[in-house]
Design a binder for this molecule. Sequence first.
Ligand code: PGA
Length: 246
Amino acid sequence: MNLLVNDDYTSMSEQAAAIIEAQIRSNHKTVLGLATGSTPLGLYQSLIEGCHNREISYKDVQTLNLDEYVGLEPTHPQSYHFFMKKHLFSHINLPAAQTHIPDGTAQSLEEECSRYEQLITEIGPADIQILGIGENGHIGFNEPGSDFSGTTQVIQLDPSTRKANARFFNSQEEVPTHAITMGVQSILKSKRILLLASGENKAWAVKKLMDGAIDEHFPASALHQHPDVTLVIDRQAYHLISDESK
Ligand code: PGA
């Protein structure tokens, strides 16, 4: 596992963008695995700048998002469809038909999970998968206790995740109880993984991940089974590791 520690959130975001842009320059048909949440917002801003000012084209790129809430229409402001459009897709030259996100309103969620997993096989795997990390170590919405051999599936959100995400809703009750997420196994199929973490509230999870023990109670630890993972983090997220090494 490679570790890149940046001074702050901005340089973390720019470093992650530079890695992705190098990938797109080397292969215009890159498949990008994308994540939602606060962490990748700076990265997406930087990718938008790259599209406008650094001649990075998304014309032939395909994207696969990690997850979506069950029950939220794509037009719901807290849906991940809406998020991706607002923060990235509507600002770059990426054809809408080449963006893929699980459908949390599908009549049969089971069929939707199979369809999405099949799609990952057909157009993927992702050349680079972007990941955030939950304070409880979740990746995508694979909560503690998730089976590491899991593929795309419906999961019940952990109370701590609903609490953490309540900041985007009017109240915690409004946060959906379930989501569709790529499973740990689907994520591990990606050729390369970039995990972003910023801020003190992620320091515990980053330290636990770097400690190295593979444990289903800490989903991010599955990444130790992958040959090409890079943590792109800032100093605040690193601080529990750096405090110890002093
Ligand atoms: P955040 O979420 O980027 O909003 O902190 C990350 C995650 O829960 O995976």
